[in-house]
Design a protein around this ligand. Structure first.
Ligand code: SAH
Ligand code: SF4
Ligand code: F3S
Length: 442
């Protein structure tokens, strides 16, 4: 009987894609995936180090795996990803039951490493970062669904002072355009409808002089690609060329994630974000000008070291000026090893909490306002899953990345369906399927 593995993934979509890569490797090495953690021969956890909370969660999961391993001592526990990269062999001091520690550039060696670990008793730690590894020639094992994650570049050279990613993921490097196109063509023939391009800095893609807009253009022309999304871009590389290509192709979703982080220029500078508040607002205006009805989301950090009340209020002002469709909001979390962790003017927890609540409240209002502005419109919705509230309803996403709830009628999962938006309530949208004459599902 073949050996079995259980894998669990935390963190960003890049980790989801990396876990698929790891699954592909394990399958090739003769392992099969199991959902039964208690009887697995190996447990892998792909981890995130972006905030302290992300690491705490994994520490507690590791404690749980330890209990399982006590009953099943031959089981291998493997720590993968950004937290593995960050903590390296240090993790073995407090958790000697961990067998394997592999950073994000070391997955290729996984089958060989498992063999070694099965053969003798030393722990194996491999956290060398590579300037070249892009796993271009590997076959991820995807569960058939709607969306296929396609990593196009890895690493980050931006070094925002709060962020651990440049240390856990290493230097920026891009896959070949041809390798990406081949993988997408394969994903389409496997039945995936939506393609999401991934990278820590997805729009700094550059392979032998070919930039992100050229890649996007080439992908949009691949036969059968119905929806293209990408994440996460950096405002600095959000060029006119990218917006032009987005405007040119209907199958590139009308959605941009534009991480603001903070609204005060001094704070932005200390974060090393490379743009000013004015430049950011003008970029958002330009995006809305060029791409009518575009959805724009953002990331915001409150309580960065030294941020005073008035500076924080400028974040609220920029939010108010742009009115993002949605936002991911975070309290600053100090990451040892980053530049900002060395700053001496850290903000107290209650202050951070208070600011977080204020940005969340502002964003809720903006989301509602933006959603209300599309009530009455007909949107093409890709039906993705059943609503948790009712077995008679679907939820699906618009091109602009908004979730809509609507009665199933005769539609099916994976259909593109014209839905008239009838109501915006809280942060959700409700709609009704319309029959458009002469309009075919895309
Ligand atoms: N460009 C990256 C961003 C990764 S981190 C990407 O590819 O996704 C996602 C978001 O986490 C960042 O935009 C930032 O808002 C937040 N973040 C990063 N480091 C943080 C920290 N130390 N504390 C709080 N939030 C942080
Ligand atoms: Fe982190 Fe900044 Fe790089 Fe994004 S661009 S991964 S926030 S360092
Ligand atoms: Fe986390 Fe690493 Fe992604 S730190 S957000 S898993 S790149």
């Amino acid at each position: 009987m073949s050996k079995s593995y259980f894998i669990e993934t935390y963190g960003c979509q890049m980790n989801v894609a990396d876990s698929e890569l790891v699954s592909g490797l394990l399958t090739k090495a003769g392992y099969s995936e199991t959902k039964d953690i208690h009887n697995a021969d190996a447990i892998f956890v792909n981890t995130c180090a972006i905030r302290e909370h992300a690491e705490e969660k994994v520490h507690s999961r590791l404690g749980y795996y330890h209990q399982i391993k006590k009953k099943n001592p031959k089981m291998i526990i493997g720590l993968l990803g950004c937290m593995a990269q960050n903590l390296k062999e240090d993790i073995l001091e407090s958790k000697p039951y961990v067998d394997i520690v592999l950073g994000p550039d070391s997955y290729r060696r996984l089958p060989e490493i498992i063999e070694k670990r099965n053969g003798n008793s030393t722990h194996i730690v491999d956290t060398k970062l590579s300037r070249f590894e892009v796993y271009d020639d590997m076959f991820p094992s995807r569960h058939l669904g709607i969306n296929a994650w396609i990593p196009i570049m890895r690493g980050c050279d931006k070094f925002c002072t709060f962020c651990i990613v440049p240390f856990t993921r290493g230097r920026e490097r891009s896959r070949s355009l041809e390798g990406i196109i081949d993988e997408i063509a394969q994903a389409v023939s496997d039945g995936f409808i939506e393609i999401t391009l991934l990278g820590q800095n997805v729009n700094s893609y550059n392979h032998e002089g070919r930039g992100f807009h050229e890649l996007l253009d080439a992908i949009a022309n691949v036969v059968g690609v119905k929806r293209i999304r990408y994440t996460s871009p950096h405002p600095q590389d959000m060029t006119k060329d990218v917006l032009d290509v987005m405007g040119k192709h209907d199958n590139i979703c009308n959605y941009v994630h534009l991480p603001l982080q903070a609204g005060n220029n001094k704070v932005l500078k200390r974060m090393n974000r490379t743009y000013t508040k004015e430049e950011f607002i003008s970029l958002a205006d330009q995006i809305r000008d060029k791409l009518p009805h575009v959805g724009i989301s953002t990331d915001i950090i409150v309580g960065f070291p030294g941020e005073n009340e008035l500076e924080f209020q400028e974040t609220l002002e920029v939010m108010d000026a742009i009115k993002f469709d949605s936002a991911y909001t975070f309290k600053y979390s100090s990451r040892p090893g980053t530049k900002a962790a060395e700053f001496e003017d850290h903000i107290a927890e209650p202050e951070k909490q208070d600011r977080l609540e204020r940005v969340i409240k502002a964003q809720k209002e903006h989301t509602l306002q933006r959603n209300k502005s599309i009530v009455g419109r007909v949107e093409m919705v890709l039906v993705e899953k059943e609503s948790k509230r009712s077995a008679n309803q679907w939820v699906g996403r618009t091109d602009s990345n908004k979730w809509v709830i609507f009665d199933k009628e005769n539609s099916h999962i994976r259909d593109f369906t014209p839905v008239r938006i009838t109501e915006a309530k809280g942060i959700s949208l409700h709609g009704k399927i319309v029959q458009l004459q002469g309009m075919e599902a895309a």
